[in-house]
Design a protein around this ligand. Structure first.
Ligand code: AMP
Ligand code: MG
Length: 317
């Protein structure tokens, strides 16, 4: 086994914090069965204790003891999407400390798709709790460098697994009181992809109560004022006189429009997968760029475009 995975394992066994790579974003991990270790996560992130954490496992068999039941639809979803960027809300067993779920009766679980983290998880005899490895409310990290910059002094170790392949937080799915599949957070696994395997289209969670603070209107936000643009020309005109950073979808605007200080085009081929993968890194770069305003171009509202626009929207509030 690689020495960095051994180090990560040893720190986690000691109850320390380790940043881990996943295909979505980097996670801030600790032993999920230790209340003391999990407290460290909340403290390091400045995360409100009302915001529950996702547990990460290496197999469905490992998940079983931490839940009361595994409904049949879970087996179907696991087969189709795990390891992968889908988190499921399941009734928790007594093995899950209350601090993990913020006192809620369900626990969020997933199997992440990253070779290093899967190897690490197989070396541990407990699941790890891991929210995104950023200060609460700030942009999620998609590289080891982002983690070091934001939380470097608060973690024992950063397990470097390269840039995250998918780049957006996982889709969160649960079942409502009538047992109907309900989506709590959009992600690269879309409602349509879930419908394909369950043969029912998940509905969007509507309640006003915050059951998944990833749904909070302000989240994932740069420090710099950020604006979502449907019409880039109009947005640039509205911000004239300011130092403008533009994150555009597929077209480059800098040559035809005046007043853009810095521009990053996310996908010259118009690939939404590429946009998802690069969005947060672009936001980090722009936020470090001494700008007055960051304008982010809206992407087409199809497929994973819905999850991308959802994150852009939240970063602007
Ligand atoms: P993060 O890992 O930082 O992206 O945040 C984890 C997300 O999962 C947050 O939006 C949480 O609110 C959500 N979550 C975790 N556990 C639960 C739970 N038991 N019920 C509802 N949402 C949850
Ligand atoms: Mg987060």
């Amino acid at each position: 086994m690689e020495t960095d995975i051994i180090r990560a394992r040893d720190y986690l066994n000691e109850g320390q914090l380790v940043a881990i790579p996943t295909e979505t974003v980097y996670g801030l991990a600790a032993n999920a069965t230790s209340t003391k270790a999990v407290q460290r996560i909340y403290k390091a992130k400045g995360r409100p204790s009302t915001n529950p954490l996702i547990l990460h496992f290496s197999s469905l068999a490992a998940i079983r003891p931490y839940t009361k039941e595994i409904p049949e639809e879970v087996e179907v979803l696991a087969k189709a999407f795990w390891p992968g960027p889908l988190t499921l809300l399941l009734p928790k067993s007594g093995l899950v400390p209350d601090i993990v779920t913020a006192g809620l009766p369900r626990v969020a679980v997933r199997i992440p798709n990253h070779p290093k983290t899967l190897t690490l998880l197989r070396q541990l005899d407990f699941p790890i709790a891991a929210p995104s490895a950023n200060p609460s409310g700030y942009i999620s990290p998609t590289t080891a460098a982002h983690v070091k910059q934001q939380l470097g002094d608060k973690v024992a170790f950063v397990l470097d697994g390269g840039p995250c392949a998918r780049g957006l937080e996982s889709t969160i799915l649960g079942w409502n009181e009538d047992g109907y599949p309900t989506m709590y957070r959009k992600g690269v696994i879309t409602a349509e992809a879930i419908e394909n395997v369950l043969h029912r289209l998940p509905e969007n969670h509507k309640s006003k109560t915050v059951e998944a603070p990833g749904m909070l209107s302000s989240h994932y936000a740069p420090h710099t004022l950020t604006v979502l643009a449907t019409d880039v020309t109009m947005a640039i005109n509205e911000q004239q006189g300011k130092r403008i950073g533009l994150i555009s979808f597929e077209k480059q605007y800098q040559n035809s429009l005046h007043g853009i200080q810095k521009e990053m085009v996310l996908s010259k081929d118009g690939s939404l997968e590429e946009v998802a993968q690069k969005l947060y890194a672009a936001m980090h770069t722009m936020d470090d760029g001494e700008l007055d305003v960051i304008i982010i171009e809206k992407v087409p509202e199809t497929g994973i475009g819905k999850a991308i626009n959802d994150r852009i929207q939240r970063s602007t509030q």
